[in-house]
Design a protein around this ligand. Structure first.
Ligand SMILES: NC(=O)c1ccc[n+]([C@@H]2O[C@H](COP(=O)([O-])OP(=O)(O)OC[C@H]3O[C@@H](n4cnc5c(N)ncnc54)[C@H](OP(=O)(O)O)[C@@H]3O)[C@@H](O)[C@H]2O)c1
Length: 225
């Protein structure tokens, strides 16, 4: 079993690598900076780990990564993301463009580039979304920009599934990791990384062969779009 995890230098990405090595997977992971490889190479099971460099906003990196991968993968998990500016009116348009590129357009363009590597029939393409991207569950303007980027990512993931995903016979999953104690989630968040990544790994396993696109939390809760 093999999984590619994009955005694995720290936080949930690093946790997803550790969890899947523990579960016996061959893991391919990406970071942006070579100096971030050491923490990954120190993980138990790292003899089954291969590392690549990739920025999700780079078409050149997406093409190189797609060309470097040789085998079919059970899971491609695009996890990279940033919180971005908090105010849609006070941020510059360039800063708003940048967070949309990192959280929505970049990950989906990368997903398209990697689609041929997801095993037909049993493969799963997952993206780290957020419950904050749920329009139905939005009751506050807090994090409006971040919410919009994850809602856009969800929409783009649905379009990918509706055309190429269904044709390829794969499952697409938009996953909410919970509110997790990482650099992004902060120290006051609800759950630790280990709880989140174990739950997400269970959701990936449960998604095999469904051939649909769902928005689920790490604990299996189905989230309204
Ligand atoms: N923590 C939470 O409570 C929470 C809740 C809902 C959703 N999420 C989502 O979960 C994912 C992981 O978040 P986290 O909490 O682990 O945050 P984090 O600790 O801030 O880690 C973010 C990760 O994304 C990578 N990244 C950022 N921009 C990138 C780019 N352009 N190309 C490639 N990698 C990039 C970072 O790499 P560098 O080290 O190179 O910056 C890092 O590995 C994100 O998509 C986030 O939106 C988190």
């Amino acid at each position: 079993m093999s999984i590619l995890i994009v955005g694995a230098s720290r936080g949930l990405g690093l946790g997803l690598v550790a969890e899947h090595l523990k579960r016996g997977f061959d893991v391919i992971a990406t970071v942006r900076k070579p100096e971030d490889e050491a923490a990954l190479r120190a993980l138990p099971g790292a003899e089954r780990l291969t590392l690549h460099l990739a920025d999700v906003t780079s078409d050149a990196d997406a093409a190189r990564l797609a060309a470097d991968l040789s085998q079919g993968l059970e899971v491609v998990f695009i996890n990279a993301g940033v919180y971005g500016p908090s105010s849609v009116t006070e941020a510059s348009l360039d800063d708003l463009d940048a967070v949309m590129r990192t959280n929505a357009f970049g990950p989906i363009r990368l997903a398209h580039a990697l689609l041929g590597h997801v095993k037909p029939g049993t493969g799963v393409l997952a993206l780290t979304s957020s419950v904050m991207g749920s329009i139905a569950e939005t009751e506050s303007g807090f994090g409006a920009v971040y919410r919009a980027t994850k809602a856009a990512q969800n929409s783009l993931a649905r379009s990918l599934w509706a055309d190429e995903g269904r044709k390829a016979g794969i499952t697409v999953l938009s996953v909410h990791p919970g509110w997790v104690r990482t650099d992004m989630g902060g120290p006051g968040a609800d759950i630790d990384i280990e709880t989140s990544v174990a739950g997400m790994a269970d959701q990936l396993a449960a998604a095999v062969g469904r051939h649909d696109h769902r928005f689920v939390a790490y604990d299996g809760r189905e989230i309204a779009w």
